[in-house]
Structures are given as C-alpha cells and as structure tokens.
Design a protein around this ligand. Sequence first.
Ligand SMILES: Cc1ncc(C[n+]2csc(CCOP(=O)(O)OP(=O)(O)O)c2C)c(N)n1
Ligand code: SF4
Ligand code: SF4
Length: 626
Amino acid sequence: MLKDVVKDSPGERVFLLGNEAIARGAIEAGIDVYSAYPGTPSSEVVDTLSEVCRLLKDRMEFYLEYSVNEKVAFEVAAGASMAGKRGMCGMKHVGVNVAADALFSFAYIGAKGGFVLLSADDPSMHSSQNEQDNRWYGKAAKVPVIEPTNPQEAKDYVAKAFEISEKFESPVIFRTVTRLNHASGVVELGEIPEKKLEKVDWEKNAQQFVMVPANARRRKPILLEKLEKIEKFFNKSDLNWIEGGDSRTGVIASGVSYRYAREALRRLNSDLPLLKLSTTFPLPSKLLEDFISQLDKVAIVEELDPFVELHVKALAKEYDVEIYGKENGYFPMNYEYNVAVAEKGIAGMLGKSVTFDYDSALQRVAETSAIAPPRPPVFCPGCPHAASYYALKNVAGDEALPSDIGCYTLGINKPFETVDITLCMGGGFGTANGLARVVKNKVIATAGDSTFFHGSVPALINAVYNRANVVFIVLDNSTTAMTGHQPHPGMDKRGCGEMPHSVRIEDVVKGLGVEFVEVVNPYNLKRMEKALNDALNHEGVSVIIARQLCAILWNRERKKKGVKIKPFVITDECVKCLKCVTSFACPAIMYDGENIWIDEAMCAGCGVCAQVCPVNAIKSSAVKAK
Ligand SMILES: Cc1ncc(C[n+]2csc(CCOP(=O)(O)OP(=O)(O)O)c2C)c(N)n1
Ligand code: SF4
Ligand code: SF4
C-alpha cells in the first residue's frame, strides 16, 4: 500500500506489491528522474511514484513524468543520466521495442549518472499482444540485465542496478515478469535519502555524447571492454549464489524461475545444488563453468527463450555434462512457468515421478472452467467507444477497419465487430496507409487518444504527405483507460501534480493540414453517423475526433461533485424486439429470456440505448419521474 511505500522506518517489514517494491527501491536509490509510458505489468510503478513524488516532495525530491511514449521516456531518463543524475524509466516489454533505437546508441554513449530501464515482461501474455524475452535486448544492445526473483529483491536490486550502472558507466536493464510485478510479499524497508533535485551545469563532451560514426567507432571497443569487466564482476556478484547439497546433478534457474525451482526441489525432497542467477547478461561464464564442471547432469529452468541454456550449452562443450532444458523438451518454450513446470522438468531429469498429479488437476480446472458461464471482457456501461462503434457499424459496409490497442480493441467482439487489425500501438493508422493503396474498399482506422499521441501522429503525417484516402477516428475518452487511466498530453494532468499545458488533438490534426476535421460527441449517434458519412464522402484524409470522457471517470467526476446519476429505464412501450441487447449490448441492460430491464446501479445514464431503441421505449428516469 502507498502508506507503506513512503514509510520512513528502516528495518520495518511491510507487505508490498512487486511494483510497489520497485517504486520503493527507486526512492531508496534516490532517483532524480522517473519517466514512463504505462503498460501492464509495469504501470503501478509509475502510478505509485506519481503519488510518492507529491508525498515526499520535501524529503526526497525527484522529477516524474508520464511521457508521450516509451522512446521519449527512455530519452528523458537518458538525458538526466548524461547530466550526471540518476534516471530511471519504466515500460512493458513491447515498450522496449519502441525505445530500442535510443537504447542501442545509449549503450555506446554510456551512463554518467546511473541509468536503469525497467522492462516488465509478460510471459503468458496476460495483457499483451505478444510474449517476448527482453533478456535478448541486453545481449543485442550490450547492456547488462539483472532480474530480481521476489519483491524483496525487486526493491533491493534497484539500488544495486544503479550502483552497477555508475560503476561501469552503462545503462542497466532491470527485467521483471508479471508474476513478480503483480505478486505481493514481505519487504524489509531501507532508508529514504534526504535530497533535493538540484540542477547542475551541463558539461559538454561531444566525443562521448555525439554518436557520429567517428565517435561511435571509438566507443564500440569501450563498450566491449565494459562488458568484459561487468562479466567478471557478475562472476562474483552477490546477486547470484549456489545453494543446496553436494551432488553430480544440479539445477540452474534464472529470475522468478529460481523460486519455482526451489519449491520444486523441496517437494521432490531433493537437495540438489541450485545456482540462482539474477545477472542474466552478461552471463557469468566462470561461475557457470565452475558449477557445471562438477556435474554430470544439469537442468536449466528459465521462462520463455533458452537464453541461459544456449550459453551453458556453449560452455558445456568443454565438460561432460548433460543438459536438460527446453531444446530437448524437458521445459516448455512458451508461457509463464510455475512450480509444476519446474517440478516436471527436474523430476524428468532425475527419472522420478512428480509429487502431485498436476495434469489431472489441470484437467479438472479446464473441465470446471468449461461449465462456468463465459465472461469475455466487455465495454463498461456508458462506454463512449461502444457508441462510436455502434454508429460506425450503422454507417460502414465493407470498409477495412484497422484499429489499435486500448479499451476500444473490444470492438473486435460481437455485436460490433469493428476491429479488423490490431498490430501494435500506432499500427492502426500505420496499416491504414498501406491498405489504402491495395484494397478496393475504403479504409476507416480507429485509435485511442493516448495511442494517437504515442504512435499514430507519424502515420497521420504520412497519410497527409502521401495523400492517402482514409478516414481516421480518434476515440478520445480523455484518458489512457486500459492501463489504469494515466494522464497523456491531451489531458489537464501531469505526473507530479503540476499544471500541464495540454495539447489539443484537433489543433495537431489541423496543424498537419488535414482539411476534414470534426469533433463529435459519440453519445449523439445521429451526429456521429453524419460525421462518418461526411468523412466517407471526403476524398483524402479525414479525421473525426469522437470525444466523450471514459464512463468510469465520468461516473467518478459526477460522484465527486454530488451529481446524481440518472439511470435510464425500459418502459411498458418495449416490444421486446431486443435491438438494444443484440445490436448494442450495454452490460447494464438485462435480459433473462423473458423480461428486459436496465440495472439502475450499473447504468451510467448516457442515453445511447434510448437512441438505439426503434420504438422509443427507453427513457431517462429523470424524464419518466416528471
Ligand atoms: C508499445 C506499447 N506500450 C504500451 C502498451 C500498453 N497499452 C495498451 S493500450 C494502451 C493505451 C490505451 O489508451 P488509449 O489509446 O487512450 O485507449 P483507451 O484504453 O483509453 O480506450 C497502452 C498504454 C502497449 N500495448 N504497447
Ligand atoms: S474503462 Fe472507460 S474506455 Fe474503457 S471500456 Fe470502460 S468506459 Fe470504456
Ligand atoms: S443509458 Fe442505456 S446505454 Fe447508457 S449506460 Fe444506461 S443502459 Fe447502458
């Protein structure tokens, strides 16, 4: 809880979420700058620090911002580091793809003040479009990677990451996974430093900071030298250790898989030597060699790719040790691990049976899930995106409908089916550019407001410049809803509570020279449909900004102001045609096969269903009461 994150009582043990522990680690490390673009499972770190930034202003001053995207977030923290300050940035795994251009060159430049990049990976894709193993980014960009294995380490290792970054003048990737970000555990608190965010004089050093080829060529050997030194350091680092007994059979486990492997060994009543790895790049070859040289058999437990396994295989050529990993089928290549996965693989190596019939248990879970009513995610009652999609569905024929990532991706589902493509953030407007050149159909692309700022603007510029014939709809609910309602440049909020200068989407669009720009409230279905028809008749780029506050925030806002939400009701005039259920499907509208009614506790009072009803049977309770 937030109160524990800011608690000034070193030594006290508190219960923290993994992401809160990382936030506390950043405080104890005395960060100067934290920048982030939200994304599950990383978001609670920036959201927590955004509160902390205000609460600890007088004790531990730092600058926090929600950046427009991950690349900018990376560059904000890198800028601070180049000035000698401690900079940290946070993002989900795919965010690192966005920031990668800056990451690769910053590795050459190197960190002056400590620099830590939090990469929150999502094995099993709980909330992601893919499953990628960002340890490869360390190897590809030549940047050290450290991985905590529980909430205590999640806190403690932030400061260690900064120390490593400063000692070797290198950015450090702090790689976590969902099971750690969203797990809770007991964490012993350290000290909160007393510091002000004091500005320093900028020290020019073009040879280091300006990556023209001549300088980059000079920096490359320096980078390689650093890696060698870091590897030597990691060989002796207290982030890694060996535990367990003496045996010619052992286990290597990295990141959270160490915790699964440990528990699996306990269940198997086996005291095998276990090498815990938290420095996954550069891998500590000496430590690994010393370990495997004593073994006949070794199991490697790591989620996702065979990252450690491939390295150990290369080392093992010198030794007579059999490797039990992913490549010979003892451990899976995909999805997140758990104790069962670890136990099965280790038991397989030992030729033992598992201690519990995991397969039957999983079978029972599957059978039970199959009889539970399906609960697909749905738009909230009153969601403005649902209204936009209803209008779009009414107007659209066979148009191609590329979309993007946000709450509005739910338009993939019935009854809307208005999402034909979701690639990556910004990819909706981007793919629209390509489709417009090769499909006979008109192209209507949708993107949320946060997504617009994040990655859609260059694609919009591209469409204007190349004269594409496309309709772009910005589904502007005035927030980044999907990841927890974080601020973005279009909003009147900033990370640390300061007054923002918000950027109006229509100003951006008009400034780019788009001739057709309309701002519409999608709750007004007729106006939304008219805007869509007009846009479809327009030759060239047209932009509709469908603006209505996210219903969750609208409800909160009204509650705060003491404004009573007036629900809608279905009157006796209802002819049970069920149009509101089958073609709009607001979750506040209930139908039990016989009766149809609106749940007044759920209804947001948006009035869209009243416009959907063909016989005007749905009315506001405010009107009905008169
Ligand atoms: C590169 C990348 N960064 C972050 C995310 C996480 N993410 C998914 S949707 C989204 C933004 C959604 O906001 P918006 O576009 O305004 O749509 P809303 O959810 O408000 O409807 C974010 C940050 C992601 N999927 N990819
Ligand atoms: S959180 Fe807001 S934007 Fe997302 S589905 Fe609910 S109402 Fe719509
Ligand atoms: S007014 Fe109608 S559409 Fe809007 S939230 Fe209530 S039931 Fe749903």
